[in-house]
Design a protein around this ligand. Sequence first.
Ligand code: SAH
Length: 208
Amino acid sequence: MPVNHLITELKLNGITHPGVLDAMAHVPREKFVLSKLKTRAYDNVALPIEKEQTISQPYIVALMTQALFVHPHPQKILEVGTGSGYQAAILGTLFQEVWTIERIEKLHQKAQKVLNELGYDNIHCVLGDGTKGFTEQAPYDGIIVTAATSTIPAPLLEQLNPNGGVMVIPVGSMHQVQKLTLIKRYHHHYEKSILELVSFVPLIPDSN
Ligand code: SAH
């Protein structure tokens, strides 16, 4: 579908933030999908990428991004699960600094290359296990986890900004519908709500 149809569909589905809609209209998703799927780049569906992973559905990318604006002035964002790099590009368009972690080297390298080519010097790609977060840059105003887990990793909760930090994470196991969960942190208090039912690939912790 053409990109303007996608934007109309996102609006019909409750995406209202002008900055998010603008980023969705301008980040070239065709650069992040497999070349044989380029004609489907603006279809509102998840698509396969390499290594049995997926680039998320545009609606879900927009919804997760919009949710970060629950924080009054989000600047520093962590993404777990770089995958194609598309969600990172949307984040890099809207926020000052973005760190994104991927455990599969090939995907990490490919995403880093595309993001460099597009000129995103505020997006930092890290190879590693995102269940540990990325302590070097913590705390984060927003954390987006783009892989599903039945238990929310404690390091991610700890690395949220204690003063209104927001996390969006699919909670549930793989062959199950997962609950896209929004968590707001106020010091030792974590407030949870469910945004949507989703289906993500699993979050796989390092076995070491
Ligand atoms: N945000 C991506 C979608 C990624 S799919 C995009 O916009 O394209 C989920 C990704 O999470 C996969 O690439 C998978 O390899 C990665 N992943 C799974 N477990 C991980 C972990 N523990 N640490 C980092 N990345 C992980």
